[in-house]
Design a protein around this ligand. Structure first.
Ligand code: CAA
Length: 308
């Protein structure tokens, strides 16, 4: 079925069901600020929401620094940076999403939090607005059921760091309409990213493959097969991975890694996905990786030092 045919078969939603122009982003953390950055650079107007204004200001600082990296390496011009920053505004409440064509939720990876957000968000949206979740592992069909628009709900799973990574996984829930899929796909393509379509199974494709590898690296550490440095060196130089698996775990966030492993373990009911007890211990200690300054590496000094 061609794209035009898909659109023609879909219910007529009037002119507002056209291409996406204004995007709302919920959550100004690592993923949210990356999505806002990439969307603004691609020419979309972006309203970025977080609980406090302070979080938005911090995110704008990070976005500014990351845009500078792109200016310095000649990927974008100083003028493009300025224009991108000018396209991002603070959404103090969900009422600021009233004219958004798409709202991407990039809040904490906890189902109850996400469901509460969707319940609070939907009454403020245009009837045709699409709601997307950047969840890295939770069922899109289940999240869609918390909204008033399961047919206009979709999974858009961006990779970290969003401005650099070329892929977005798109996941349809059971009720997602063709027109929603087509509009979301056009949005992703306009951001210059490549789409990989995944069925709605726990952790989708990238994390279904990546996280068990990271979990296995933690077991390798836990069982004393190698040190943090040895394991990461082995995978960087022995498998040409840009980051070692423990370095990558710190980059993703150990709490996120653990919650994805739990979703795999419970969702697929297979013991091969059992989270490593050492990963659990680090999370319980609050050693969550880069964002808390300590994980498999300690980031408090000049250079990251392995913690084991
Ligand atoms: N914004 C803009 N540019 C950035 C950036 C950011 N946040 N982070 C890095 N860059 C740019 C740098 O400026 C640099 O640009 P030039 O080459 O033009 O100079 C380029 O990216 C490379 O960066 P560095 O030289 O600093 O370091 P690097 O070569 O090690 O690359 C990396 C950094 C791109 C992050 C690389 O290490 C990498 O690809 N790591 C693996 C990342 C990965 O696997 N991500 C997926 C995680 S899983 C996920 O996200 C899904 C989930 O749900 C958990």
């Amino acid at each position: 079925m061609g794209a035009n045919e898909e659109t023609n078969n879909a219910p007529d939603r009037g002119p507002s069901a056209g291409p996406i122009a204004k995007v709302g982003v919920i959550g100004a953390g690592q993923m949210g600020n990356g999505i806002a950055h990439a969307a603004a650079l691609a020419g979309f107007d972006v309203a970025l929401n977080d609980l406090e204004r302070e979080k938005f200001d911090e995110a704008m600082e990070v976005i500014g620094k990351n845009l500078d990296r792109q200016v310095n390496s000649g990927k974008i011009t100083a003028d493009e940076k300025k224009k991108a920053l000018g396209r991002i505004s603070f959404a103090e409440t969900y009422a600021d999403f009233a004219d958004a064509d798409l709202v991407v939720e990039a809040a904490t990876e906890e189902e109850t939090i996400k469901r509460k957000i969707f319940v609070a968000l939907c009454p403020f949206l245009k009837p045709d607005a699409i709601v997307a979740s950047n969840t890295s592992s939770i069922s899109i069909t289940r999240l869609a059921a918390a909204t008033d628009r399961p047919e206009r709900f979709i999974g858009l799973h961006f990779m970290n760091p969003v401005p650099v990574m070329e892929l977005v996984e798109i996941i349809r829930g059971i009720a997602t309409e063709d027109v929603t899929f087509t509009r979301a796909k056009e949005f992703v393509s306009k951001m210059g990213k490549t789409v990989a379509v995944s069925e709605d199974f726990p952790a989708f494709m990238v994390n279904r493959i990546l996280l068990p590898m990271i979990n296995e690296a933690v077991y390798t550490l836990y069982e004393g097969v190698g040190s943090v440095d040895a394991i990461d060196t082995a995978m960087r130089l022995g498998a040409h991975h840009p980051m070692g698996p423990l370095q990558l775990a710190d980059f993703i966030g150990l709490d996120t890694c653990l919650s994805i492993m739990q979703v795999l373990y419970e969702g697929l009911a297979d013991s091969k996905y059992r989270p490593c007890p050492l990963l659990v211990k680090y999370v319980e200690a609050g050693w969550l990786g880069r964002k808390s300054n300590r994980g498999f590496y300690d980031y408090r000094g000049e250079t990251p030092m392995p913690t084991r």
